[in-house]
Structure formats: C-alpha cells, structure tokens
Design a protein around this ligand. Structure first.
Ligand code: GCU
Length: 333
C-alpha cells in the first residue's frame, strides 16, 4: 500500500540518502531543495512530493533534488510562507487560506461553493490559462511563485460531543478553522463559533476541550489522529480545499532552462499522482477511522448550502475575482 511504501526508503538517488526529521531516507542531489510540509509521512502529499524529488534527481542527472521535511519540522504554514519568501526554505506546501493574506484574489478558490468536486477543481488549478497571472502575483511583492495546486479533498466538520445534522447543531460549539477571514466567516455561517489556530495544535486543543471540533478531510482526520479525540465526523462537505506548492522566485528564476523544464515536467506528473492517491487514501482513511470507532453521518446538505451561499457574493468584489470565479465555474463543466 501507499502507507507501507512511504515508510521504507527508496534509495534511487545518485548519491547516499540523507535522513530527515521523520527518519525516512530521501534521495540526495548536488543541489537539494528543502520543502516544508505540515503533514505526516503517511499523507499522500508527502508520498507524491518524495517521489517528485526522486524523479527530479534522475531527470537532472543528480543536479537537483528535493528533501521533504514533514510534520511542521521547519515550522507551521504561516512560518513556511515567510521562510520561502526570504529564501531560507526553498519550497513549501501551504493552504490557500495562507495566500489570501498576501493577495485577496486567492480567496476565490477558497470559497465553499466554487468547486463541486476534486475532479473539477483539478481541471482549474493547474491550468495556466486560468491561473497564470494569479500564481505570479506574489513575485515582486513577496518573492514567492505558486507552482500549482494539490487537492485537499472535501472538508467536513468533526466534533467530540455528538453528530451534527444542521447548522443549528453547531450553535455554541467552538470549531477550529485555518487562520483567514474567509475560513472564519465560513464556519460562522455554518452556525459555529470559529477558533483559528495552526494545524499542528489541533490535536491537543481537541483533547483538552479548548475546542469542540474542527473541519478537515478524512485523510487529515486520520493521519493527525484527530479521530481519537473527536469521533463524530459529519459529512457537511462544505468545501473542496486547496493546497499550493510555492517556491522562492529567485531560486526558480535561477534554474537553467534544462532544469526548469525537468522541474515543470515532473511537477505535472506529481499532481497527477497526488490526485490518484487521494481517492484511494480517502477510502482507506474512512475504513481505518470506522475500525477505530469513529462515526460518520450524513447531514442536511441543503441547509448547509443555503447557509454558505451568501459568502460567494461577499467575497467576489473585483473584476479579477469575478473573472477567476467565472473561469473556474466554466472549466469545471
Ligand atoms: C489540510 C491541508 C493543509 C492545511 C490543513 C489545515 O490538511 O492539506 O494544508 O494546513 O488542512 O486545516 O490547516
């Protein structure tokens, strides 16, 4: 299985492997880029990115490789954003919520109702005709280039107290959200009270009762062990979430034409692999969670859709934002 694969070392690199914080071995290259990730080594993003590094090392005859640092070893996403900008870390996976802080236009793809499935999301977020300008928009201000997107799958609410069926059931419950105005507005529209915090703090906050629940996909629910401390997973399906691979713009601009072409080609193979892994790993996560005692339930989907609908108009303000939204909607069809 992918889980077992992630646990063993691949050793396909040209030189000796280097150990990382998580104890696995990754291929070394003449120049090894450091990539910050907040997921475990069992997560599809770690697996796909590790394979990315190995293929890149091969394609460049060992000139360029990637070392993936999982588990927030290099910092939580807010720090990773800073570190990639100042060049002390080369690459990172950050959630779309992080980029909203630097350019509001990113919030369009974080709207609850913009994508109706992982498939339609992936048709849009790696299509340069649609996202080209957006992904370059942070280069002069922040020295950050967005390479492309990884799906976060469909996100739902999970709580410690009992199943949620309607927005009324969330009244008075403290639900952790990602730290962005849209993420806060989203969970409040769903009836809860929003508590923003970093991903890595959620387990302890659930365990100690600082929060009553969180919202995420099935894969993170299991790999972060949140199921141990919040066993009711209610399928609100309120958002198809989006992660981005970001890179320091100076570094990207400094690659030779040959290495740049290899990087782009292997990235395309990487998001394709990630999307494929996603479905399989989601199914496995649900099975593992159920086996461990988690309870999944359907909700009043129409009630949640109605509650979330007003956000679209509120967050589509400029012509650029409206154009991105239109492009996303039509590409998805
Ligand atoms: C998902 C996503 C992460 C994000 C996390 C969160 O797991 O893939 O990038 O940080 O959700 O809710 O913070």
């Amino acid at each position: 299985s992918a889980l077992a694969l992630a646990a063993c070392s691949a050793g396909t690199g040209p030189a000796t492997g280097v150990a990382n914080g998580g104890g696995s071995t990754q291929a070394a290259a003449a120049k090894t880029l450091r990539l910050s990730l907040n997921q475990t080594e069992q997560h599809p993003s770690f697996i796909a990115l590790k394979n990315f590094g190995e293929r890149l090392a091969k394609a460049t005859n060992g000139r360029l490789g990637i070392q993936v640092y999982p588990n927030e070893t290099l910092g939580a996403q807010a720090e990773a954003l800073q570190l990639v900008g100042d060049g002390s870390v080369d690459l990172a996976i950050v959630s779309g919520s992080q980029l909203e802080k630097l350019n509001q236009d990113f919030s369009v793809f974080n709207l609850p109702l913009v994508f109706d499935s992982v498939e339609s999301q992936m048709k849009v977020v790696n299509n340069a005709d649609i996202v080209g300008d957006l992904y370059k928009s942070l280069e002069s201000s922040n020295q950050i280039t967005v390479v492309g997107g990884f799906t976060q799958g469909t996100r739902s609410v999970y709580t410690s107290k009992g199943p949620v069926n309607t927005p009324a059931d969330l009244k008075g419950q403290k639900i952790r959200v990602q730290d962005s105005p849209l993420a806060i507005a989203m969970v409040e529209a769903m009836g809860a009270s929003a508590t923003p915090m970093a991903f890595g703090e959620v387990y302890t906050a659930l365990q100690s009762g600082v929060i009553d629940g969180a919202e995420n996909n099935e894969v993170s629910y299991v790999t972060q062990k949140h199921l141990e401390v919040a066993k009711f997973f209610s399928r609100t399906n309120h958002l198809v979430g989006l992660d981005y691979l970001i890179i320091n713009s100076g570094l990207l601009g400094g690659l030779s034409a040959e290495d740049r072409a290899a990087f782009d080609k292997e990235w395309a193979a990487t998001f394709a692999e990630h999307t494929q892994l996603w479905t399989a790993e989601t199914d496995k996560a649900v099975q593992a969670a159920e086996a461990a005692g988690a309870k999944f339930n359907e909700v009043d989907a129409e009630a949640f859709r109605k509650a979330l609908e007003p956000l679209t108009a509120q967050y589509l303000k400029t012509d650029t934002q409206k154009a991105l939204y239109e492009a996303a909607q039509s590409a998805a069809q």
